[in-house]
Each structure stands twice: as structure tokens, then as C-alpha cells.
Design a protein around this ligand. Structure first.
Ligand code: ACO
Length: 226
């Protein structure tokens, strides 16, 4: 199957693993409307792709994802709020939650660096998550006087325990990959130098064990119930 090319998303395939990479490294992979549209299309294309046995979501360069692009996502649709902003917002929710959480093969979020605000949603949507010890997580919204918006609050409430979720949403304090492992936000944390190698080992284990259909319990419910 030919791999489509995107302006803000990279797709690399090797040995059954598909690396889906948010690719705006100069902007720390902050999510622009274009990135949302590209990701939405890329996940649609990859769903059912025979070469994809495990999907790994990560970020190019130093960051996993610096959250929504404050300028382009929040202000870029000002001139056309109904159409442009609505389209970006629908794509944003669709790829980060619906498409990822029901992706037919197992998914791993590999958090290689900064992960802020809206970037938490795609971590929660993946079946498993591994982080670099050096990664920096933050629900920074409170610094602008708001609680995490969109579906982030719901994602955090589902994934973190209540005390940790409230603490990080109310203070905006950052935490690293080791802390993310300790509070159960990720499965494992490794030194950044070995993160990719460890992620590949995990992906290979999933390939050996997971059945080809209804790959995880969450998907079994979502897909077979219909
Ligand atoms: N939106 C738009 N642009 C961003 C964002 C963002 N969320 N994050 C980083 N950028 C841009 C910067 O403006 C800068 O652009 P420029 O080079 O054109 O000036 C570039 O990315 C690099 O950013 P720096 O701050 O210089 O990079 P550094 O490595 O020092 O810091 C960090 C990275 C910690 C991620 C910092 O950029 C940051 O705090 N970003 C904001 C993170 C955040 O609060 N996100 C939540 C957004 S709200 C939401 O998601 C709901």
C-alpha cells in the first residue's frame, strides 16, 4: 500500500510497526488546523492497512506535542468561525479521540518530550503509553485562568486518579516521565536514549500476542457492540 504524504504528519513503516509522527518540530508539534486535518486523514487511511500491525504515535524533534497551536488553532479561525474553526475543531476531536481510541490495531503513545494541554488527549486515546524519563507533561491551561477544555478534562479524569488529576489541572505543575509512570499515566518510562528501542520491543510483544481482530478490550466493546 502506498503511503500518503502530508504537510504536518510523517508516516514511517517498518516490520509491522507504523510510526505516526506529529511533524511540526519547530513549533514543538503544536497542533494547527492543518495538523488536525492531516492526522484525521492519515488515521482513516491507516485503519485497515495490512502493513500496520501496531501503531506508534510520537512527535518529531524534541517534543511529543505542545498542545493546541495557540495562534493558529484558537485565533486562526476568527475570520470564519463557523466553517474554518468548526472544521478544525471537529477534526481535532475526531483524530485524537474517536479514530485513535477505536483504531483496529493496538496503539502506543511514545512520549518523547514535551506534552502539554490538548496533547494529553491522544496519550489517553492510545491503548498503551511509554515516556522518556526526561519528558515534561503539563496541564498549563490554568496559567490562563481556565481548566483544561475540550475533552482533556474528561480524558484526565478517566486516566488519572482523582487527586492527581485535580492537582495537576488546578496547579499547572509539570511532571516528568518517571512521575507519569508512578501515577499510572503511562505504562513505562525509560531514558530517552533507549525509548525507541524499548517501544519496538513492546510493539513486537503485542504483535506476537494480539489477535488480528478486536485487538484490545476497549475496541472489542466499541466495534463488536455495533
Ligand atoms: N502554540 C503555538 N506555538 C507554540 C506552542 C503552542 N502551544 N508551543 C510552542 N510553540 C512555538 C513557539 O511560539 C516557538 O515559535 P517561534 O520559534 O516561531 O517563536 C516555537 O514553538 C518553539 O517554542 P519555544 O518556547 O522557543 O521552545 P522551548 O523548547 O524553549 O519550550 C515548550 C517548549 C515548553 C513546549 C514551550 O514552547 C511552551 O511552554 N509552549 C506552550 C505549551 C502549552 O502551554 N500548551 C498548551 C496550549 S493550550 C491547549 O492545548 C488547550
Amino acid at each position: 500500500m502506498t503511503t500518503k504524504k502530508y504537510e504536518t504528519v510523517l508516516i514511517e513503516k517498518q516490520d509491522g510497526i507504523t510510526w505516526l509522527i506529529m511533524n511540526r518540530p519547530d513549533k514543538r508539534n503544536a497542533m494547527s488546523p492543518q495538523l488536525h486535518l492531516d492526522m484525521d486523514d492519515a488515521l482513516d487511511e491507516l485503519s485497515g492497512d495490512p502493513e500496520t500491525q501496531v501503531l506508534v504515535l510520537t512527535g518529531a524533534g524534541e517534543a511529543f506535542c505542545a498542545g493546541q497551536d495557540i495562534k493558529l488553532y484558537f485565533r486562526g479561525g476568527d475570520a470564519d468561525p463557523k466553517r474554518a474553526r468548526g472544521k478544525a475543531s471537529r477534526a481535532s476531536n475526531q483524530w485524537r479521540w474517536q479514530r485513535l481510541s477505536t483504531f483496529p490495531e493496538p496503539t502506543i503513545a511514545m512520549i518523547n518530550g514535551y506534552c502539554f494541554g490538548g496533547g494529553f488527549t491522544q496519550v489517553c486515546a492510545c491503548d498503551l503509553a511509554v515516556a522518556a524519563d526526561e519528558a515534561v507533561f503539563g496541564l498549563s491551561e490554568v496559567n490562563w485562568g481556565i481548566l483544561p477544555g475540550g475533552i482533556v478534562s474528561w480524558n484526565v479524569a478517566q486516566t488519572l486518579n482523582m487527586r492527581d488529576g485535580m492537582y495537576y489541572a488546578l496547579t499547572g505543575d509539570t511532571f516528568d516521565g518517571k512521575k507519569a509512570k508512578e501515577i499510572g499515566f503511562v505504562n513505562f518510562s525509560y531514558p530517552k536514549a533507549t525509548l525507541k528501542e524499548e517501544t519496538i520491543k513492546l510493539a513486537k510483544k503485542l504483535m506476537e500476542k494480539s489477535p488480528p481482530c478486536c485487538a484490545t478490550p476497549r475496541k472489542r466493546c466499541a466495534r463488536c457492540a455495533s
